[in-house]
Design a binder for this molecule. Sequence first.
Ligand SMILES: O=C(O)CCC(=O)C(=O)O
Ligand SMILES: [Fe+2]
Length: 249
Amino acid sequence: MLIDQMRCNLESFKVGSVPDLYYLPDYVSVNEEIQLLKEITSSKQAWVQLSGRSCQNIGGMVHEKGLIPAPIPSYLKNLMNQLDIDSQQIRLYGDQPPNHVLINKYGPGDGIMPHQDGPAYYPGVSILSLGAPAVMTFTPKWVEVDSTNDTACTQQEESIFLLPRSLLLFKSEAYTAYLHGIAGTNKLGQGGDNMASPVCNLHLIQNCETLHTACCGQALISGKTTGTRFSLTVRRVPRLIKSLLPNRR
Ligand SMILES: O=C(O)CCC(=O)C(=O)O
Ligand SMILES: [Fe+2]
């Protein structure tokens, strides 16, 4: 992990006007990214095909009632441990460590519909991005109306660049009062020109230099994703269950 700074002050990585949203560029190094991608793509864990993406469920199956736990592969333990330590400042997972990782795999043009993560999870999420870049948009679930003059106020839709090796953290209001999603057909524009909503972390992407280099330059400039993106969504399911079958005695 590259970010020592983070241990001092996570508040300096807070971005945009969506509350409780943090973006950390280069949370893992290029070598760590290569290693993680090797482990993910060579693992025997089954990929489940969903609309717009496929995923691996690590740590067990999540049901409405809770998690039926399964062992976590050793290659993910360090990362989960580090995330637990680094996020304690903002009590991202409450008082317990994360116990579940959803690995998402997106091909060119893939995405994920605007959604709120399920009620089985504690409302705090870390998302590590690897491979191709993406843009995530946070959309308020409702708009507050100012009853004194009948105008809609406060929350606005906001987008965030998710570059490879970056870490996104969100919790509380960002988790419960907003939907998050990734548009399937890419709306990425250099410097955010073509974005439907304002991009809140451009200042953390130095001179857009990162956008011009490595695997993501072409994708962001041409407005088309060309590569495959992997994201690791690390969460905690507070309730553990043994099985969905009723106890038979
Ligand atoms: O791929 C991403 O960055 C988002 C994944 C996500 O929202 C989820 O797994 O619930
Ligand atoms: Fe999600």
